[in-house]
Design a binder for this molecule. Structure first.
Ligand code: GLV
Ligand code: MG
Length: 292
C-alpha cells in the first residue's frame, strides 16, 4: 500500500499511524512510514502523516520519531480528534522545537480533523490556532460515534433521515475554515465498492464549497477528482465571464466603463468575477486549459 501511494493520482497522501493501525503495530509502523517517506519518489504529491490523538499514549513519540527521522519530503502532520485550539498549539510547540533541534529547513504544516462534538463546538478557535494550520478535515465516522448517531457505516447517506444528517456539520466546518483561509476537506466514504453512491455523496460537499475529499481506496480517487474539478464547460464559461467583465470595466471613455453588464441573459458584476476566478484557479490547479 505504501509503495502504491504515490501513483494513485491523489493530490495528497497521508500515511496513517492512527485508526488504520492496530495498537500492537503502532511502534513498528513509525519506521515503515519513515522509510516510505525517505525512499519513495513522491513526485508532486503532498506527503502527510496522521499521528495518534492527544488522548492516547502515542502522540508525542509519533511526532518526534517521524519528524526527526523523515526527510524534508514530509510536508505536514495530521492531528485527529482535535478538541480545542490547545491541541493544535501543543503540536505546534513540539514541531517548533524539533525543527530547531534538527535544523530542518521547511516548516511542517498541520491538518486538523474535526470529528467530535467538542471539536465542532470549538471549530472557530481551532481554525485560528496556529499559522502552521493548512487544512481542516471532517471525520464522519468518529463524529457519528461521538454524537451517538445510530449508524454503523461512516460517511454515507442515511436514507431514513429526511435530508442530509451532516448538513449542519459540513456548513459549520466550512465557515470556520474559510473564515481563516484554510483548505476544507471532507472525510472518508466507507462503502469502497459503491462508486456511484460516492460520486453522489461527494457532490454535497463539493457544492457547498469544499476543496476535496479523502479516498480510502485507489478506485475512489478518479471519482473524487472528477467531482472536485470543474467541468470543461464550467471552466470555459468562467473564462468567458472574466473576459466579458474585463472588457466592460475597462473599454470606452470616461462614463462608459461599466461595473455591471449583461452577459448573455445574465447580469454580471464584480461578484461574478470573483466566482469565476474560483473556477479558473481550481481548474488551473488541476491542469485544465481553456478550449480553443
Ligand atoms: C476519519 O477519521 C473518520 O473518523 O471519519
Ligand atoms: Mg477518525
Amino acid at each position: 500500500m505504501l509503495g502504491k501511494a504515490p501513483g494513485v493520482g491523489a493530490d495528497m497522501v497521508f500515511l496513517d499511524l492512527e485508526d488504520a493501525v492496530a495498537p500492537l503495530e503502532k511502534e513498528a509502523a513509525r519506521d515503515l512510514i519513515v522509510k516510505a517517506i525517505n525512499e519513495q519518489d513522491w513526485g508532486e504529491t503532498i506527503v502527510c502523516v496522521r499521528v495518534n490523538a492527544w488522548d492516547t499514549e502515542w502522540t508525542y513519540r509519533d511526532v518526534i520519531h517521524i519528524v526527526e527521522n523523515a526527510s524534508e519530503r514530509l510536508d505536514e502532520l495530521m492531528l485527529p480528534k482535535v478538541q480545542s485550539a490547545a491541541d493544535v498549539q501543543a503540536l505546534d510547540m513540539l514541531l517548533t522545537q524539533i525543527e530547531q533541534a534538527t535544523g530542518r529547513q521547511s516548516t511542517v504544516g498541520i491538518e486538523a480533523q474535526i470529528e467530535t462534538a467538542r471539536g465542532l463546538i470549538n471549530v472557530d478557535e481551532i481554525c485560528a490556532a496556529s499559522p502552521r494550520l493548512e487544512t481542516i478535515v471532517f471525520g464522519p465516522a468518529d463524529f457519528a460515534a461521538s454524537t451517538e448517531m445510530p449508524v454503523l457505516t461512516g460517511g454515507v447517506q442515511i436514507d431514513d433521515y429526511p435530508g442530509d444528517h451532516f448538513h449542519y456539520v459540513f456548513a459549520r466546518i466550512l465557515m470556520a475554515g474559510r473564515a481563516n483561509g484554510l483548505q476544507v476537506i471532507d472525510g472518508p466514504f466507507l462503502k469502497i465498492r459503491e462508486l456511484d453512491a460516492l460520486r453522489d455523496y461527494s457532490m454535497r460537499t463539493r457544492i457547498l464549497g469544499y476543496d476535496g475529499k479523502w479516498a480510502l481506496h485507489p478506485d475512489q480517487v478518479p471519482v473524487i477528482n472528477e467531482v472536485f474539478t470543474p467541468t470543461q464547460e464550467q471552466f470555459d464559461h468562467a473564462w468567458d465571464i472574466l473576459d466579458a467583465y474585463e472588457k466592460a470595466t475597462t473599454e470606452g471613455g470616461a462614463g462608459e466603463r461599466k461595473g455591471a453588464v449583461m452577459f448573455g441573459d445574465e447580469m454580471i458584476d464584480e461578484a461574478s468575477r470573483k466566482m469565476a476566478l474560483k473556477f479558473v484557479s481550481r481548474g488551473e490547479r488541476a491542469g485544465m486549459n481553456r478550449s480553443a
